[in-house]
Design a protein around this ligand. Structure first.
Ligand code: FES
Length: 231
């Protein structure tokens, strides 16, 4: 059994003892600090680090908390108002970049981006909406891609596999033209359970089940309850 080494770090002026090498996000949440995350999912190593919503300040520099492992002597700042502003700015940019019409989205109520916006008290994006139109892909047997909502978090491309361990999703293109695509042969062989897993892994409404709409009544959806949406 590997030995656990405890080290001291300082979080918002408070000294705490933590397990060396643990994820800073996990450590902060254990300490009762609610760091927002979108692309991060527990126990994924290395973390995706794509969304940057989890911005904190470590030793004077803004960093994505989910990408850092704790080390002795870290000085971590989470409570500064400018950090909350920075985190909300990232969420607003995501809303402005895609087409997120929440009332009409099948994932509404179970969308992590939407929940994040609610939690931050966001009413609109301060950034100009781009209103780009990205293509939809209906060719799957049971899954479809609504690319207007994709935030390029890489959860589906990097974390999702079929029952044989093959990846099903990948990105094509560069920069703002990057789009998620799926291997149609592998998609056709996915089990029902795996299809549901792909939909649940997507933090927004970009991967959907065909033929299914608003099947979770209001009151039972993730954002209808006060619990966090931790993964
Ligand atoms: Fe840390 Fe996305 S949650 S970069």
């Amino acid at each position: 059994m590997s030995e656990v080494t405890k080290v001291g770090i300082v979080v918002d002026g408070r000294s705490i003892e933590v397990v060396e090498g643990a994820s800073l996000v996990d450590v902060l949440r254990l300490a009762g600090i609610d760091v927002p995350t979108l692309c991060w999912t527990r126990d994924v190593d290395p973390p995706l680090g794509t969304c940057r919503v989890c911005a904190v300040r470590v030793d004077g520099r803004e960093v994505a908390a989910c990408t850092l492992a704790v080390r002795a002597g870290m000085q971590v700042e989470c409570a500064a108002p400018d950090l909350a502003e920075l985190q909300q700015g990232v969420v607003e940019l995501l809303f402005a970049e895609g087409n997120h019409f929440c009332p009409a989205c099948e994932k509404s109520g179970d969308c992590e981006l939407q929940t994040m916006g609610y939690r931050m008290g966001m009413t609109h994006s301060r950034f100009p909406y781009r209103f780009e139109s990205y293509s939809l892909d209906y060719r799957g047997q049971r899954l479809m891609l609504e690319r207007n909502r994709c935030i390029h978090c890489k959860r589906c491309t990097d974390l999702f596999t079929d029952d044989e361990g093959h990846r099903v999703f990948c990105f094509l293109g560069k920069g703002s033209q990057t789009q998620v695509v799926m291997d149609l042969e592998r998609e056709a062989k996915l089990s029902e359970h795996k299809c549901d897993e792909a939909v649940a892994l997507c933090p927004v409404g970009a991967i959907l089940r065909k033929g299914r709409g608003f099947d979770r009544p209001i009151g039972t959806r993730a954002s209808d309850t006060p619990e966090r949406m931790d993964r």
